[in-house]
Design a protein around this ligand. Structure first.
Ligand code: PLP
Length: 433
């Protein structure tokens, strides 16, 4: 049987359910911001796939890069390099400030974080790693140990030395102290708590500049600088995980730019491959040199693979050529204005926050107490999907019930308006009578 497609009803009985139940349709085609299912329904993609397709689906630059790289070389012995890998490193460094000068290329976000944490441990000779209580850094051992927003129960112990820091969410202060403006008491208290637990082996703090799975929480002004001071005082390295925020989404090339802080290690993933598995761990000459002298090993089957590197180059070139950071800022302002207008008419929208085209809509059952309305969040996303719009809801205990809205940066203004119209209708359809 050579025919790969079939019109018979799909069965998922042979698949492991890795994140709840599967939807009752199969996607056959994706182009730009639109998905088309086998049954013909069309869905506007406000999640950019899994937050990777910032250029939209099927961007010609990515498809050309794949074809051309396929004709040259797809995969190599992990110790060999190709021109696309050395050029991608050079092109990436041209976008980054000193002293970030060295990169390695892997496949997933979790892998890039593993490499960053292993470098931090080798360099500092410590093993203690702090991450936010609302964090998501990936599903592999080290990254999962520093992922506190989900997936902790039932899998045995995390890595020794991993500790959580309060998530500085001014809308839902983790220590019930501030309202609207974070004064960073949660950071000082969190570091003091970590000091009390420390066995004297600090290695790193890993942080997302905008927590995504944690409910779209941009780090407050001044927070990263203060966090870096805390790191320096303790000999810890600061690792920033820009899986979702890098390469334009927040209205700048990198989210850390607005904080005036350069991390010791930076990880990029999702957006770097634009939908293909490509990630990067970036660090300084000094850390790289020390790690190399200590015999740093991070040898994976797909490290430095040529084809994804060629795609990464095409993504960087397109982000620059199409001015996507500025586009995200302008279209983000339009989307945000639309969401704020919905907030005026829909009582359950407690807060609208985020940067550029990475926005969150916090749904509450009471605007005063800010109690998260999780059933409403689920109902609204289900209704949106029926109406042809894919939006996520992040709803873990204590983090709220937050619609995560992050369309491709290539989206047309009219598509943003259409998404807002569908959301408006879903919010209305699901509201309590
Ligand atoms: C901020 C962040 N870091 C890391 C990861 C893990 O990336 P991956 O799923 O590619 O391993 C994710 C995935 O959602 C993420 O959101």
């Amino acid at each position: 049987m050579s025919n790969m497609t079939t019109s018979s009803p799909a069965t998922t009985d042979q698949l492991i359910r890795y994140g709840g139940e599967f939807p009752d349709f199969l996607i056959e085609h994706a182009a730009g911001c639109w998905l088309t299912a086998e049954d013909g329904r069309r869905i506007l993609d406000f999640t950019s796939g899994q937050m990777c397709a910032t250029l939209g689906h099927g961007h010609p630059a990515i498809l050309d890069a794949m074809r051309e790289a396929g004709d040259r070389v797809v995969h190599l012995f992990s110790g060999f390099l190709s021109r696309d890998v050395t050029e991608l490193a050079r092109e990436l460094m041209a976008l980054l400030p000193a002293p970030l000068t060295r990169a390695m290329f892997l496949s997933t976000g979790a892998e890039a974080n593993e490499a960053a944490l292993r470098l931090a441990k080798l360099h500092t000779e410590g093993h203690e790693v702090l991450a936010f209580a609302g964090s998501w850094h990936g599903m592999t051992g080290g990254a999962a140990s520093s992922t506190y927003s989900a997936g902790r129960r039932g899998y045995g112990p995390g890595m020794p030395g991993t500790m959580a820091l309060p998530t500085p969410n001014p809308y839902r202060c983790p220590i019930a102290h501030c309202r609207e403006r974070c004064d960073m008491t949660c950071l000082d208290a969190g570091m003091a708590l970590a000091d009390a637990q420390s066995v004297g082996a600090p290695a790193a703090v890993i942080a997302e500049p905008i927590l995504s799975a944690g409910g779209i929480v941009p780090l407050p002004d001044g927070y990263l600088a203060r966090l870096q001071e805390h790191c320096r005082e303790r000999g810890m390295l600061l690792v920033l995980d820009e899986a979702q925020t890098a390469l334009g989404r927040v209205g700048a090339m990198f989210a850390f730019e607005r904080h005036g802080v350069v991390p010791d290690l930076l990880t990029l993933s999702k957006t770097l491959g634009g939908g293909l598995p490509l990630s990067a761990t970036v660090t300084t000459d000094a850390i790289e040199q020390d790690a190399a002298e200590k015999g740093f090993l991070h040898f994976t089957s797909h490290v430095s693979d040529p084809l994804p590197a060629a795609v990464g180059r095409a993504v960087l070139q397109t982000v620059i050529a199409e001015g996507l950071p500025d586009r995200a800022a302008a279209l983000g302002a339009r989307l945000r204005a639309g969401l704020e207008e919905l907030q005026r008419r829909h009582e359950p929208i407690g807060d609208v926050r985020g940067e550029g085209l990475m926005l969150g809509v916090d749904l509450v059952s009471d605007r005063e107490t800010r109690a998260p309305d999780q059933p409403y969040g689920t109902a609204v996303t289900e209704r949106c999907l029926q109406l042809g719009l894919n939006v996520n809801v992040v709803k873990f205990p204590g983090l709220g019930s937050v619609l995560r809205i992050a369309p491709p940066l290539t989206i047309a203004p009219e598509e943003i308006d259409l998404g807002l119209e569908i959301l408006d209708r879903a919010l209305r359809d699901c509201a309590a009578p």
